[in-house]
Design a protein around this ligand. Structure first.
Ligand code: GDG
Length: 489
Protein backbone atom coordinates (compact mmCIF):
# COMPACT_ATOMS: atom_id res chain seq x y z
CA UNK A 1 0.00 0.00 0.00
CA UNK A 2 1.23 3.52 -0.72
CA UNK A 3 2.81 5.81 1.74
CA UNK A 4 1.63 9.40 1.19
CA UNK A 5 4.32 12.02 1.43
CA UNK A 6 3.17 13.83 4.55
CA UNK A 7 5.21 16.66 5.98
CA UNK A 8 4.78 18.34 9.32
CA UNK A 9 4.13 22.10 9.26
CA UNK A 10 3.90 24.57 12.11
CA UNK A 11 5.76 22.00 14.22
CA UNK A 12 2.95 19.47 14.00
CA UNK A 13 4.51 16.02 13.80
CA UNK A 14 2.60 13.65 11.56
CA UNK A 15 3.56 10.03 11.30
CA UNK A 16 1.92 7.68 8.87
CA UNK A 17 1.60 3.94 8.99
CA UNK A 18 2.93 2.14 5.93
CA UNK A 19 -0.35 0.24 5.87
CA UNK A 20 -2.43 3.41 5.37
CA UNK A 21 -5.04 2.89 2.64
CA UNK A 22 -6.72 5.41 0.41
CA UNK A 23 -10.51 5.01 0.43
CA UNK A 24 -12.17 7.09 -2.28
CA UNK A 25 -15.93 7.54 -2.41
CA UNK A 26 -17.83 9.00 -5.36
CA UNK A 27 -21.35 8.68 -6.70
CA UNK A 28 -20.23 6.32 -9.48
CA UNK A 29 -17.19 4.15 -10.06
CA UNK A 30 -16.09 3.18 -13.56
CA UNK A 31 -16.68 -0.41 -14.71
CA UNK A 32 -13.92 -2.81 -13.64
CA UNK A 33 -12.92 -3.27 -17.29
CA UNK A 34 -12.04 0.44 -17.54
CA UNK A 35 -9.50 0.58 -14.70
CA UNK A 36 -6.08 -0.92 -14.06
CA UNK A 37 -4.40 -3.21 -14.69
CA UNK A 38 -5.74 -3.94 -18.18
CA UNK A 39 -7.99 -0.90 -18.75
CA UNK A 40 -6.71 2.61 -19.24
CA UNK A 41 -6.47 5.09 -21.99
CA UNK A 42 -8.48 3.25 -24.63
CA UNK A 43 -11.60 3.10 -22.53
CA UNK A 44 -14.74 5.17 -22.88
CA UNK A 45 -15.16 6.90 -19.54
CA UNK A 46 -17.35 9.93 -19.93
CA UNK A 47 -17.36 12.47 -17.14
CA UNK A 48 -14.73 14.61 -15.53
CA UNK A 49 -14.78 13.09 -12.07
CA UNK A 50 -13.98 9.60 -13.27
CA UNK A 51 -11.42 10.95 -15.79
CA UNK A 52 -9.58 12.72 -12.96
CA UNK A 53 -9.91 10.20 -10.14
CA UNK A 54 -9.06 7.13 -12.24
CA UNK A 55 -5.36 8.02 -12.62
CA UNK A 56 -5.21 8.73 -8.87
CA UNK A 57 -6.57 5.29 -8.05
CA UNK A 58 -4.39 3.58 -10.63
CA UNK A 59 -1.40 5.27 -9.09
CA UNK A 60 -2.04 4.84 -5.38
CA UNK A 61 -4.27 1.77 -5.31
CA UNK A 62 -6.78 1.46 -2.46
CA UNK A 63 -10.54 1.15 -2.39
CA UNK A 64 -12.95 3.06 -4.62
CA UNK A 65 -16.55 2.92 -3.48
CA UNK A 66 -19.62 4.14 -5.37
CA UNK A 67 -22.98 3.29 -6.84
CA UNK A 68 -22.86 0.44 -9.37
CA UNK A 69 -25.19 2.41 -11.66
CA UNK A 70 -27.76 -0.40 -11.38
CA UNK A 71 -31.29 0.39 -10.27
CA UNK A 72 -32.90 -2.64 -8.69
CA UNK A 73 -36.55 -3.37 -7.89
CA UNK A 74 -35.88 -3.58 -4.17
CA UNK A 75 -33.58 -1.64 -1.88
CA UNK A 76 -30.08 -3.16 -2.11
CA UNK A 77 -27.84 -4.35 0.71
CA UNK A 78 -25.62 -1.92 2.63
CA UNK A 79 -22.73 -4.36 2.24
CA UNK A 80 -20.75 -3.24 -0.80
CA UNK A 81 -19.86 -5.78 -3.48
CA UNK A 82 -16.09 -5.92 -3.78
CA UNK A 83 -14.27 -6.51 -7.08
CA UNK A 84 -10.59 -7.17 -6.49
CA UNK A 85 -8.34 -5.73 -9.19
CA UNK A 86 -5.01 -6.24 -7.43
CA UNK A 87 -3.83 -3.00 -5.82
CA UNK A 88 -7.24 -1.48 -6.44
CA UNK A 89 -10.56 -2.72 -5.16
CA UNK A 90 -13.88 -1.48 -6.47
CA UNK A 91 -16.69 -1.51 -3.92
CA UNK A 92 -20.17 -0.98 -5.32
CA UNK A 93 -23.65 -0.45 -3.95
CA UNK A 94 -26.91 -0.99 -5.80
CA UNK A 95 -29.76 1.51 -5.42
CA UNK A 96 -33.44 0.82 -5.85
CA UNK A 97 -35.29 2.62 -8.65
CA UNK A 98 -36.90 4.94 -6.11
CA UNK A 99 -33.58 5.73 -4.52
CA UNK A 100 -31.81 6.49 -7.78
CA UNK A 101 -34.67 8.60 -9.07
CA UNK A 102 -34.97 10.66 -5.86
CA UNK A 103 -31.32 10.91 -4.75
CA UNK A 104 -29.61 11.00 -8.15
CA UNK A 105 -32.07 12.29 -10.75
CA UNK A 106 -33.99 14.38 -8.24
CA UNK A 107 -31.90 16.08 -5.60
CA UNK A 108 -28.41 15.71 -7.13
CA UNK A 109 -29.23 16.55 -10.72
CA UNK A 110 -32.31 18.78 -10.47
CA UNK A 111 -31.54 20.68 -7.25
CA UNK A 112 -27.83 20.76 -6.49
CA UNK A 113 -26.43 20.70 -10.04
CA UNK A 114 -28.32 23.81 -11.28
CA UNK A 115 -27.86 25.57 -7.91
CA UNK A 116 -24.10 25.08 -7.84
CA UNK A 117 -23.83 26.17 -11.49
CA UNK A 118 -25.84 29.34 -10.77
CA UNK A 119 -28.95 28.47 -12.77
CA UNK A 120 -31.54 29.38 -10.10
CA UNK A 121 -34.40 29.21 -12.59
CA UNK A 122 -33.75 25.50 -13.10
CA UNK A 123 -33.51 24.59 -9.41
CA UNK A 124 -36.25 22.19 -8.28
CA UNK A 125 -36.86 22.25 -4.51
CA UNK A 126 -38.58 19.14 -3.13
CA UNK A 127 -38.45 17.93 0.44
CA UNK A 128 -38.97 14.29 -0.51
CA UNK A 129 -35.91 14.20 -2.79
CA UNK A 130 -33.82 15.83 -0.05
CA UNK A 131 -34.93 13.17 2.45
CA UNK A 132 -33.84 10.45 0.01
CA UNK A 133 -30.54 12.24 -0.59
CA UNK A 134 -29.82 12.26 3.15
CA UNK A 135 -30.81 8.60 3.43
CA UNK A 136 -28.53 7.58 0.58
CA UNK A 137 -25.65 9.63 2.02
CA UNK A 138 -26.19 7.66 5.23
CA UNK A 139 -26.11 4.39 3.24
CA UNK A 140 -22.86 5.38 1.55
CA UNK A 141 -21.40 6.24 4.97
CA UNK A 142 -22.48 2.90 6.46
CA UNK A 143 -20.98 1.05 3.50
CA UNK A 144 -17.69 2.94 3.82
CA UNK A 145 -17.63 2.52 7.58
CA UNK A 146 -18.00 -1.24 7.20
CA UNK A 147 -14.72 -1.46 5.29
CA UNK A 148 -12.62 1.18 7.09
CA UNK A 149 -9.54 0.30 9.12
CA UNK A 150 -7.74 2.61 11.54
CA UNK A 151 -5.34 4.91 9.72
CA UNK A 152 -7.24 4.87 6.39
CA UNK A 153 -7.48 8.18 4.56
CA UNK A 154 -11.01 8.77 3.32
CA UNK A 155 -11.57 11.04 0.33
CA UNK A 156 -15.18 11.87 -0.57
CA UNK A 157 -15.95 13.39 -3.98
CA UNK A 158 -18.53 15.86 -5.13
CA UNK A 159 -21.94 17.28 -4.41
CA UNK A 160 -23.81 13.96 -4.50
CA UNK A 161 -22.18 13.13 -1.18
CA UNK A 162 -21.99 16.38 0.82
CA UNK A 163 -23.23 14.68 4.01
CA UNK A 164 -21.18 11.46 3.98
CA UNK A 165 -18.47 12.97 6.22
CA UNK A 166 -21.06 14.09 8.77
CA UNK A 167 -22.63 10.60 8.74
CA UNK A 168 -19.24 8.94 9.16
CA UNK A 169 -18.62 11.10 12.23
CA UNK A 170 -22.04 10.05 13.60
CA UNK A 171 -21.00 6.44 13.12
CA UNK A 172 -17.88 7.12 15.19
CA UNK A 173 -15.14 7.50 12.56
CA UNK A 174 -12.46 9.79 13.98
CA UNK A 175 -9.85 9.33 11.24
CA UNK A 176 -9.17 11.82 8.47
CA UNK A 177 -11.78 12.66 5.85
CA UNK A 178 -11.30 14.97 2.90
CA UNK A 179 -13.89 16.34 0.48
CA UNK A 180 -13.40 17.70 -3.02
CA UNK A 181 -16.06 19.63 -4.92
CA UNK A 182 -15.74 19.09 -8.70
CA UNK A 183 -18.27 21.79 -9.63
CA UNK A 184 -18.32 25.53 -8.88
CA UNK A 185 -19.31 26.92 -5.51
CA UNK A 186 -21.78 29.76 -6.26
CA UNK A 187 -22.26 33.13 -4.60
CA UNK A 188 -23.89 33.34 -1.15
CA UNK A 189 -27.12 34.75 -2.66
CA UNK A 190 -27.52 31.75 -4.92
CA UNK A 191 -26.58 29.18 -2.28
CA UNK A 192 -29.10 30.60 0.15
CA UNK A 193 -31.91 29.50 -2.23
CA UNK A 194 -31.37 26.03 -0.80
CA UNK A 195 -33.69 25.55 2.19
CA UNK A 196 -31.04 23.23 3.66
CA UNK A 197 -28.10 25.58 3.09
CA UNK A 198 -27.07 25.78 6.76
CA UNK A 199 -27.07 22.06 7.39
CA UNK A 200 -25.19 21.48 4.14
CA UNK A 201 -22.50 23.97 5.19
CA UNK A 202 -22.31 22.44 8.65
CA UNK A 203 -21.94 19.03 7.02
CA UNK A 204 -18.95 20.39 5.09
CA UNK A 205 -17.29 21.45 8.34
CA UNK A 206 -17.18 17.79 9.44
CA UNK A 207 -14.43 17.21 6.87
CA UNK A 208 -10.83 17.87 7.84
CA UNK A 209 -10.11 19.31 4.42
CA UNK A 210 -12.47 20.75 1.81
CA UNK A 211 -11.04 21.44 -1.66
CA UNK A 212 -12.39 23.48 -4.57
CA UNK A 213 -10.97 24.21 -8.03
CA UNK A 214 -10.36 27.98 -7.96
CA UNK A 215 -9.79 31.02 -5.74
CA UNK A 216 -13.17 32.39 -6.77
CA UNK A 217 -15.05 29.30 -5.55
CA UNK A 218 -13.13 29.46 -2.29
CA UNK A 219 -14.09 33.13 -1.86
CA UNK A 220 -17.73 32.23 -2.58
CA UNK A 221 -17.62 29.40 -0.04
CA UNK A 222 -16.09 31.62 2.64
CA UNK A 223 -18.60 34.35 1.95
CA UNK A 224 -21.46 31.87 2.20
CA UNK A 225 -20.13 30.39 5.44
CA UNK A 226 -19.84 33.88 6.88
CA UNK A 227 -23.32 34.95 5.90
CA UNK A 228 -25.09 31.67 6.74
CA UNK A 229 -23.19 30.47 9.81
CA UNK A 230 -20.95 33.31 10.97
CA UNK A 231 -17.89 31.31 12.01
CA UNK A 232 -14.28 32.45 11.75
CA UNK A 233 -11.26 31.81 9.59
CA UNK A 234 -7.72 31.62 11.02
CA UNK A 235 -4.50 32.47 9.23
CA UNK A 236 -3.91 28.80 8.30
CA UNK A 237 -7.15 28.77 6.32
CA UNK A 238 -8.98 26.73 8.95
CA UNK A 239 -12.63 27.70 9.32
CA UNK A 240 -14.27 27.13 12.71
CA UNK A 241 -17.88 27.24 13.80
CA UNK A 242 -19.41 25.90 17.05
CA UNK A 243 -16.76 23.27 17.71
CA UNK A 244 -16.39 22.24 14.05
CA UNK A 245 -13.23 23.01 12.08
CA UNK A 246 -12.20 22.46 8.50
CA UNK A 247 -9.28 23.51 6.40
CA UNK A 248 -10.50 25.04 3.12
CA UNK A 249 -8.20 25.11 0.11
CA UNK A 250 -7.80 25.46 -3.65
CA UNK A 251 -6.66 22.38 -5.61
CA UNK A 252 -6.93 22.85 -9.36
CA UNK A 253 -7.61 19.55 -11.02
CA UNK A 254 -5.63 18.46 -14.07
CA UNK A 255 -5.35 15.66 -16.61
CA UNK A 256 -2.79 13.00 -17.41
CA UNK A 257 -1.18 14.81 -20.35
CA UNK A 258 0.59 11.71 -21.70
CA UNK A 259 -2.76 10.07 -22.48
CA UNK A 260 -3.60 12.90 -24.90
CA UNK A 261 -0.20 13.97 -26.26
CA UNK A 262 0.22 13.25 -29.97
CA UNK A 263 3.40 13.36 -32.02
CA UNK A 264 3.59 15.85 -34.86
CA UNK A 265 4.69 13.05 -37.15
CA UNK A 266 1.34 11.31 -36.65
CA UNK A 267 -1.22 11.70 -39.39
CA UNK A 268 -3.04 14.97 -38.80
CA UNK A 269 -6.06 14.09 -40.84
CA UNK A 270 -7.63 11.36 -38.69
CA UNK A 271 -10.68 13.43 -37.92
CA UNK A 272 -11.04 14.46 -41.54
CA UNK A 273 -11.13 10.82 -42.56
CA UNK A 274 -13.48 9.92 -39.77
CA UNK A 275 -16.06 12.34 -41.06
CA UNK A 276 -15.22 11.69 -44.73
CA UNK A 277 -14.20 15.22 -45.64
CA UNK A 278 -11.21 13.79 -47.54
CA UNK A 279 -10.95 16.60 -50.11
CA UNK A 280 -9.05 19.79 -49.37
CA UNK A 281 -6.07 19.68 -46.97
CA UNK A 282 -6.80 23.33 -46.19
CA UNK A 283 -10.29 22.56 -44.99
CA UNK A 284 -10.56 23.94 -41.43
CA UNK A 285 -11.93 22.00 -38.50
CA UNK A 286 -13.47 23.22 -35.28
CA UNK A 287 -14.17 20.72 -32.52
CA UNK A 288 -16.40 20.69 -29.45
CA UNK A 289 -16.50 17.75 -27.01
CA UNK A 290 -18.96 17.81 -24.14
CA UNK A 291 -21.31 15.72 -22.12
CA UNK A 292 -24.70 16.82 -23.39
CA UNK A 293 -25.45 19.18 -20.50
CA UNK A 294 -27.11 22.61 -20.46
CA UNK A 295 -24.17 24.03 -18.50
CA UNK A 296 -21.84 23.36 -21.45
CA UNK A 297 -23.40 26.10 -23.60
CA UNK A 298 -23.74 24.01 -26.78
CA UNK A 299 -26.68 26.05 -28.21
CA UNK A 300 -24.81 29.35 -27.68
CA UNK A 301 -21.76 27.85 -29.39
CA UNK A 302 -23.84 26.65 -32.35
CA UNK A 303 -25.28 30.16 -32.67
CA UNK A 304 -21.78 31.64 -32.59
CA UNK A 305 -20.69 29.30 -35.39
CA UNK A 306 -23.77 30.26 -37.38
CA UNK A 307 -23.04 33.97 -36.81
CA UNK A 308 -19.47 33.45 -38.04
CA UNK A 309 -20.79 31.90 -41.26
CA UNK A 310 -23.22 34.80 -41.66
CA UNK A 311 -20.50 37.44 -41.22
CA UNK A 312 -17.73 35.70 -43.16
CA UNK A 313 -19.21 34.33 -46.35
CA UNK A 314 -15.91 33.10 -47.65
CA UNK A 315 -15.76 30.46 -44.89
CA UNK A 316 -18.73 28.62 -46.34
CA UNK A 317 -17.61 25.25 -47.68
CA UNK A 318 -14.21 25.73 -46.06
CA UNK A 319 -14.83 25.03 -42.40
CA UNK A 320 -16.61 22.22 -40.55
CA UNK A 321 -17.63 22.23 -36.93
CA UNK A 322 -17.60 18.75 -35.35
CA UNK A 323 -19.61 18.52 -32.13
CA UNK A 324 -19.21 15.33 -30.13
CA UNK A 325 -21.98 15.21 -27.52
CA UNK A 326 -21.77 12.27 -25.17
CA UNK A 327 -25.12 11.12 -23.82
CA UNK A 328 -25.50 12.14 -20.18
CA UNK A 329 -28.25 11.98 -17.49
CA UNK A 330 -30.70 10.85 -20.13
CA UNK A 331 -33.53 10.35 -17.61
CA UNK A 332 -33.44 13.93 -16.35
CA UNK A 333 -36.15 16.03 -18.08
CA UNK A 334 -33.91 19.11 -18.51
CA UNK A 335 -31.37 16.96 -20.39
CA UNK A 336 -34.02 15.50 -22.69
CA UNK A 337 -35.09 19.08 -23.51
CA UNK A 338 -31.50 20.19 -24.06
CA UNK A 339 -30.92 17.31 -26.48
CA UNK A 340 -34.01 18.29 -28.48
CA UNK A 341 -32.95 21.94 -28.47
CA UNK A 342 -29.44 21.15 -29.72
CA UNK A 343 -30.73 18.80 -32.41
CA UNK A 344 -33.23 21.39 -33.63
CA UNK A 345 -30.52 24.03 -33.88
CA UNK A 346 -28.11 21.73 -35.72
CA UNK A 347 -30.91 20.91 -38.16
CA UNK A 348 -31.75 24.60 -38.70
CA UNK A 349 -28.16 25.70 -39.24
CA UNK A 350 -27.33 22.78 -41.52
CA UNK A 351 -30.58 23.33 -43.39
CA UNK A 352 -29.70 26.98 -43.89
CA UNK A 353 -26.08 26.64 -45.05
CA UNK A 354 -25.47 23.11 -46.41
CA UNK A 355 -24.39 22.67 -50.00
CA UNK A 356 -24.28 19.53 -52.14
CA UNK A 357 -20.70 18.81 -51.04
CA UNK A 358 -20.59 20.46 -47.59
CA UNK A 359 -22.45 20.13 -44.31
CA UNK A 360 -21.29 22.82 -41.85
CA UNK A 361 -21.98 20.94 -38.59
CA UNK A 362 -21.22 17.28 -37.99
CA UNK A 363 -23.16 16.42 -34.90
CA UNK A 364 -22.15 13.15 -33.25
CA UNK A 365 -24.38 12.10 -30.35
CA UNK A 366 -22.18 9.33 -29.04
CA UNK A 367 -19.04 8.61 -27.03
CA UNK A 368 -15.65 7.79 -28.45
CA UNK A 369 -12.72 5.92 -26.90
CA UNK A 370 -10.22 8.31 -25.32
CA UNK A 371 -7.63 7.45 -27.95
CA UNK A 372 -9.94 8.69 -30.70
CA UNK A 373 -10.75 11.86 -28.78
CA UNK A 374 -7.03 12.64 -28.60
CA UNK A 375 -6.74 12.20 -32.40
CA UNK A 376 -9.73 14.47 -32.95
CA UNK A 377 -8.31 17.18 -30.70
CA UNK A 378 -4.99 16.92 -32.52
CA UNK A 379 -6.57 17.26 -35.95
CA UNK A 380 -8.70 20.28 -35.13
CA UNK A 381 -7.65 23.87 -35.92
CA UNK A 382 -9.82 25.27 -33.15
CA UNK A 383 -11.12 23.70 -29.93
CA UNK A 384 -14.28 25.40 -28.67
CA UNK A 385 -14.78 24.98 -24.93
CA UNK A 386 -17.49 27.48 -24.09
CA UNK A 387 -19.50 26.38 -21.04
CA UNK A 388 -21.90 28.85 -19.43
CA UNK A 389 -20.48 27.65 -16.12
CA UNK A 390 -18.05 24.82 -15.38
CA UNK A 391 -16.09 23.81 -12.27
CA UNK A 392 -12.87 23.32 -14.22
CA UNK A 393 -13.41 21.66 -17.64
CA UNK A 394 -10.91 18.99 -18.49
CA UNK A 395 -11.66 19.00 -22.22
CA UNK A 396 -9.84 22.35 -22.43
CA UNK A 397 -6.70 20.79 -20.94
CA UNK A 398 -7.00 17.64 -23.06
CA UNK A 399 -7.21 19.77 -26.22
CA UNK A 400 -4.06 21.68 -25.22
CA UNK A 401 -2.15 18.45 -24.47
CA UNK A 402 -3.01 16.93 -27.86
CA UNK A 403 -1.74 19.80 -30.05
CA UNK A 404 1.97 19.14 -30.61
CA UNK A 405 4.51 21.86 -31.43
CA UNK A 406 4.59 22.12 -35.23
CA UNK A 407 1.13 23.29 -36.15
CA UNK A 408 -0.91 23.70 -32.98
CA UNK A 409 -4.59 24.51 -32.95
CA UNK A 410 -6.14 27.33 -30.91
CA UNK A 411 -8.25 26.96 -27.77
CA UNK A 412 -11.32 29.22 -27.52
CA UNK A 413 -12.29 29.12 -23.85
CA UNK A 414 -15.19 30.45 -21.80
CA UNK A 415 -14.40 32.94 -19.06
CA UNK A 416 -16.91 31.00 -16.93
CA UNK A 417 -14.90 27.78 -16.81
CA UNK A 418 -12.54 27.12 -13.93
CA UNK A 419 -9.85 26.38 -16.55
CA UNK A 420 -9.88 30.03 -17.63
CA UNK A 421 -8.23 30.97 -14.34
CA UNK A 422 -5.06 29.15 -15.40
CA UNK A 423 -5.20 28.79 -19.22
CA UNK A 424 -4.55 32.49 -19.74
CA UNK A 425 -3.18 32.11 -23.27
CA UNK A 426 -6.39 30.68 -24.62
CA UNK A 427 -8.67 33.00 -26.58
CA UNK A 428 -11.03 33.84 -23.73
CA UNK A 429 -14.69 34.50 -24.60
CA UNK A 430 -17.99 35.29 -22.93
CA UNK A 431 -20.26 32.55 -24.32
CA UNK A 432 -23.41 34.62 -23.73
CA UNK A 433 -21.98 37.15 -26.19
CA UNK A 434 -22.68 35.28 -29.41
CA UNK A 435 -21.25 37.99 -31.70
CA UNK A 436 -18.09 38.25 -29.59
CA UNK A 437 -17.62 34.47 -29.60
CA UNK A 438 -18.16 34.36 -33.38
CA UNK A 439 -15.46 36.99 -33.94
CA UNK A 440 -13.05 35.34 -31.49
CA UNK A 441 -13.50 32.02 -33.29
CA UNK A 442 -12.83 33.71 -36.61
CA UNK A 443 -9.65 35.25 -35.13
CA UNK A 444 -8.63 31.82 -33.84
CA UNK A 445 -9.05 30.31 -37.32
CA UNK A 446 -6.81 33.03 -38.79
CA UNK A 447 -4.21 33.19 -36.05
CA UNK A 448 -0.64 33.26 -37.44
CA UNK A 449 1.54 30.20 -36.80
CA UNK A 450 4.04 32.05 -34.57
CA UNK A 451 1.28 33.23 -32.24
CA UNK A 452 -0.33 29.80 -32.18
CA UNK A 453 2.98 28.22 -31.25
CA UNK A 454 3.77 30.66 -28.48
CA UNK A 455 0.28 30.45 -26.95
CA UNK A 456 0.24 26.66 -27.22
CA UNK A 457 3.68 26.37 -25.60
CA UNK A 458 2.70 28.42 -22.59
CA UNK A 459 -0.67 26.62 -22.24
CA UNK A 460 1.11 23.27 -22.38
CA UNK A 461 3.51 24.30 -19.61
CA UNK A 462 0.54 24.96 -17.34
CA UNK A 463 -1.18 21.68 -18.26
CA UNK A 464 2.01 19.71 -17.57
CA UNK A 465 2.67 21.45 -14.28
CA UNK A 466 -0.86 21.19 -12.90
CA UNK A 467 -1.59 17.63 -13.94
CA UNK A 468 -3.77 15.00 -12.27
CA UNK A 469 -0.90 13.74 -10.12
CA UNK A 470 -0.04 17.21 -8.81
CA UNK A 471 -3.70 17.67 -7.88
CA UNK A 472 -4.10 14.42 -5.94
CA UNK A 473 -0.65 14.64 -4.35
CA UNK A 474 -1.23 18.12 -3.01
CA UNK A 475 -4.72 17.28 -1.74
CA UNK A 476 -3.61 14.07 -0.01
CA UNK A 477 -0.55 15.75 1.41
CA UNK A 478 -2.67 18.51 2.94
CA UNK A 479 -5.26 16.03 4.15
CA UNK A 480 -2.53 14.30 6.15
CA UNK A 481 -1.25 17.57 7.54
CA UNK A 482 -4.54 19.23 8.34
CA UNK A 483 -6.42 16.24 9.68
CA UNK A 484 -3.80 16.32 12.45
CA UNK A 485 -4.18 20.08 12.85
CA UNK A 486 -7.95 20.46 12.86
CA UNK A 487 -8.28 17.79 15.50
CA UNK A 488 -6.23 19.95 17.87
CA UNK A 489 -7.90 23.31 17.09
C1 GDG B 1 -16.97 17.58 -13.73
C2 GDG B 1 -17.10 19.11 -13.66
C3 GDG B 1 -14.62 19.29 -13.80
C4 GDG B 1 -16.37 13.48 -22.93
N1 GDG B 1 -16.85 12.85 -24.03
C5 GDG B 1 -16.18 11.69 -24.11
C6 GDG B 1 -15.28 11.61 -23.05
N2 GDG B 1 -15.43 12.71 -22.35
C7 GDG B 1 -14.60 13.02 -21.19
C8 GDG B 1 -13.65 14.15 -21.51
C9 GDG B 1 -13.32 14.67 -20.13
C10 GDG B 1 -14.61 14.37 -19.36
O1 GDG B 1 -15.37 13.44 -20.11
C11 GDG B 1 -15.45 15.61 -19.19
O2 GDG B 1 -14.84 16.37 -18.19
P1 GDG B 1 -15.16 17.89 -17.95
O3 GDG B 1 -14.21 18.38 -16.93
O4 GDG B 1 -15.05 18.60 -19.25
O5 GDG B 1 -16.68 17.97 -17.47
P2 GDG B 1 -17.67 17.18 -16.43
O6 GDG B 1 -17.99 15.82 -16.89
O7 GDG B 1 -18.83 18.08 -16.28
O8 GDG B 1 -16.83 17.07 -15.07
C12 GDG B 1 -15.95 19.76 -14.41
C13 GDG B 1 -14.57 17.79 -13.70
O9 GDG B 1 -15.73 17.23 -13.05
C14 GDG B 1 -13.33 17.32 -12.93
O10 GDG B 1 -13.29 17.87 -11.65
O11 GDG B 1 -13.57 19.71 -14.64
O12 GDG B 1 -16.04 21.16 -14.30
O13 GDG B 1 -18.36 19.52 -14.20
O14 GDG B 1 -12.27 13.96 -19.55
O15 GDG B 1 -12.55 13.64 -22.21
N3 GDG B 1 -14.44 10.59 -22.85
C15 GDG B 1 -14.47 9.57 -23.77
N4 GDG B 1 -15.34 9.58 -24.82
C16 GDG B 1 -16.21 10.61 -25.03
O16 GDG B 1 -16.96 10.60 -26.00
N5 GDG B 1 -13.63 8.54 -23.62
Amino acid sequence: MPHFPILGIDSVEVTVEQSQRLVVVSNRVPPASAVAPQGGSGSVSVGGLVSAVKPTMERYGGIWLGWSGRSTQRRGSNEPTITDLGRLQLATLDLSEDESSMYYTGYSNRTLWPLLHSFPGRVVIRHDTYRFYRRINRRFAEAVFSILKPGDQVWIHDFHLFHVGFELRQLGWTGSIGFFLHVPFPSADIFSILPWSKETLEALLHYDLVGVHTDRYLRNLLDTLDSELGGSLDDRGIYSFEGLSSKLGVYSIGIEPSVFQRKDTEDRRGLTEEISLNADPNHRLIIGVDRLDYTKGIPHRLRAFERMLEHHNHLRGKVTYVQISSPSRTRVPEYVQEKEHVERLVGQINGRFSEANWVPIRYLYRSYPQYDLARFYHDADVGMVTPLRDGMNLVAKEFVAAQGEENPGVLVLSQFSGSASSLLDAVIVNPYDVDGTAEATYRALRMPLAERRSRSKSLMEGVLKHDASAWSESFLHDLGVYSAQVSVV
